[in-house]
Design a protein around this ligand. Structure first.
Ligand SMILES: Nc1ncnc2c1ncn2[C@@H]1O[C@H](COP(=O)(O)OP(=O)(O)OP(=O)(O)O)[C@@H](O)[C@H]1O
Length: 623
């Protein structure tokens, strides 16, 4: 309802449907009332939309005609849905022989010329348009099944479906709760396309003179076309009605599709923003980005599961900030929330103030203007983040054009400049290559070039070097250091962190447990989790000694304990750690969420670090 065009179109469809329904009450004449003295009159005070060849009132015939046309469209659309959706969902979700049968059936139906079948049907049931519409719905359903099947197949692979299966949910429940809602968008779009096609087909049958003998929209178009020479006006009312109806169906379909997409993909930002209470706390003066109280939840079995809670941090211009932690601690979700890229989840509280504007309150358009232009994104999977169907130069040029609005030629030249900037040898030749012709390191450079295309002031890089070998890693890190923008670097690798970052946040179980400059963090960790991470880093391994590991695993969001979330894995845990939430408090020049950080001096990591400089020697990366 927030989309004005879709709302207008929906209102128009409702008016047309109501007017058709109330035709016996509101039509000025009966559909077949004749007045031969007024034949082909054009608009007059008695006949607002003119009359046909037998002097029948055009407005009345269109109103009555709507009843037959719309019922036909409704019947065929219901059949289209009732047959196509279950076929597609079952084929996509269960696969196997069901899928094979559905696909073969769809192939078979595709091979049948629809219009011939419909002509046969109207020949068998003369003048019965509903029979033709039933046939149309049945013939189009396998096409819908094919589309639904491919989307359902994608959804089937999602981890949460596996989790739902593992947790014993019945297939019907999984299909109803988890699969069907994700299919709404494509189904609505297909339905609006089909509805438009059905109206056109009904009009076509009327035009061919094989439709209903009663007044229909198609019949009106047919009558108008045979009298085009004597009364061209006659085509205006029926033509306008058919065209505007189809247009309105398309707009409503697109509106619903976008609304569904918002809910499932980026609803985080726009429609729900009014429900997000902004944190009263303001950011640090001069900060480029200030995140306060950021809390993110994902839907799970009818409720919402908070996976990141109360994240606060500031990023100054040109600062390089690291976010470190084990897998599943919430690093990626945090940066995705900053970018408004949460898929399926939403921000339930907090603010993300970037250049003075709270992105959680920004409209989709405002967000699109920030993403790519002011904030660049470097993906963890360089090759997968490039479209295999296009040369990489064209892909970078596309981003340049989007943000600069320049000509194609200028965008191509800038793309080559950017490829040169990221130190790709022979950038003009690389620009012509496709992603599969690049190594991982080259693809990541192209990814960085694309991130730089809008001249951003901040680059968010989520595990940018994980998929690369060590020497290429070093080159990519050098590149990120030299781009001159602020950088948020998500990593679980202390080497990468110490190579690039001035300051780091340590995340554990969805919250920041420590924040400090990198030197401080490494020399004197303020949280046992940081100390554990450091001690288990291969960079600090002592030859001949087993690498210490933190016992246990990160608790799943649903199992976060009351109080300190690290308590179950912590050797310093005491009674007070479990009594209530532990706030992030200043300690030794940084921030910690540990009540007993003083006891960390008992750990080996201090001994290991004494005398270790974080200014790395040029021959080795990291600590
Ligand atoms: N789409 C999703 N739906 C439901 N839960 C999700 C989704 N994405 C992430 N989560 C949950 O959010 C939590 C944080 O995940 P996140 O990916 O941010 O961790 P991470 O620290 O970046 O780990 P990694 O280094 O493995 O990416 C995890 O418990 C994860 O299961």
């Amino acid at each position: 309802m927030r989309r004005p065009l879709a709302r207008l179109a929906a209102g128009y469809l409702v008016v047309i449907a109501l007017a058709s329904l109330l035709a016996p009450v509101i039509a000025p004449y009966g559909p077949d009332d004749q007045d031969l003295t007024q034949a082909l009159s054009g608009p007059t005070p008695q006949h607002w939309l003119g009359t046909g060849v037998l002097g029948r009132d055009v407005l009345s015939r269109l109103l009555f005609g709507g009843r037959i046309t719309l019922v036909g469209v409704l019947v065929s659309s219901l059949l289209f849905l009732a047959v196509g959706v279950p076929m597609g969902v079952l084929a996509g979700y269960f696969g196997g022989w069901i899928e094979r049968v559905v696909l073969r059936l769809a192939d078979l139906v595709y091979a049948v010329p629809v219009i011939i079948v419909l002509l046969v049907v109207v020949a068998i049931f003369p003048g019965n348009e509903t029979a033709a519409m039933v046939a149309l719905g049945l013939l189009a359903a396998p096409g819908l099944a094919r589309i639904v099947r491919s989307v359902a197949r994608g959804v089937r692979e999602e981890l949460y479906i596996s989790a739902a299966k593992v947790s014993g949910l019945r297939a019907v429940t999984i299909l109803r709760r988890h699969v069907l809602p994700r299919l709404t968008g494509p189904i609505v779009v297909q339905l609006s396309l089909f509805g438009a096609g059905a109206v056109l087909l009904e009009t076509g049958l009327g035009f061919l003179g094989v439709g209903s003998a009663q007044a229909t929209w198609g019949g009106q178009v047919s009558e108008a076309s045979t009298n085009l020479g004597t009364q061209p006006w006659l085509l205006v009312p029926s033509g306008f009605l058919v065209i505007s109806f189809i247009l309105a169906l398309g707009l409503v379909g697109d509106g619903i599709r976008d609304a569904v997409a918002d809910r499932h993909h980026s609803g985080t930002h726009r429609p729900r923003t009014s429900t997000v209470p902004s944190s009263p706390a303001t950011g640090k003066a001069g900060a480029l980005l200030s995140v306060r109280g950021l809390t993110v939840a994902f839907p799970q079995y009818g409720t919402e599961n908070t996976v990141v809670s109360g994240v606060d941090f500031d990023l100054m211009p040109a600062e390089v900030l690291g976010i470190v932690g084990e897998s599943g601690c919430g690093k990626s979700v945090t940066v995705q929330a900053v970018l408004g890229l949460l898929r399926g989840g939403r921000i339930t509280a907090g603010s993300v103030v970037f250049e003075g504007k709270d992105l959680t309150q920004a409209s989709r358009r405002e967000l699109a203007a920030v993403r790519g232009a002011r904030i660049g994104w470097v993906s963890p999977e360089p090759v997968a983040s490039l479209d295999p169907a296009f040369a990489v130069g064209a892909q970078v040029a596309e981003v340049v054009r989007t943000h600069r609005g320049c000509s194609r030629g200028a965008a191509r030249r800038r793309a080559v400049e950017l490829l040169e900037l990221v130190r790709l040898p022979d950038p003009a030749a690389v620009a012509r290559r496709y992603p599969h012709q690049l190594s991982g390191g080259m693809a990541q450079r192209v990814g960085i070039a694309a991130a730089l295309a809008g001249d951003p002031v901040l680059i968010i890089a989520d595990e940018p070097t994980t998929a690369l070998d060590v020497t290429v890693q070093a080159e990519i890190l050098d590149l990120l250091r030299d781009v001159g923008t602020a950088v948020i670097l998500v990593t679980h690798d202390w080497g990468v962190l110490s190579d690039l970052c001035q300051r780091a946040l340590v995340m554990y179980a969805g919250e920041i447990v420590e924040e400090a400059t990198l030197t401080e963090l490494v020399r004197t960790p303020r949280h046992p989790y940081t100390a554990g991470l450091l001690m288990s880093s291969p960079f600090l391994a002592v030859p001949g000694k087993p690498l210490p590991a933190i016992e246990g695993v990160v608790p799943a969001p649903a199992d976060w304990p009351v109080g300190c979330r690290f308590q179950d894995r912590c050797r310093f845990a005491a009674v007070d750690c479990a009594t209530g939430p532990v706030p992030l408090r200043p300690a030794n020049g940084g921030l910690t969420r540990c009540l007993h950080h003083d006891r960390l001096r008992e750990l080996d990591v201090f001994a290991l670090n004494s005398g270790v400089s974080t200014t790395k020697p040029s021959s080795s990366r990291g600590l």
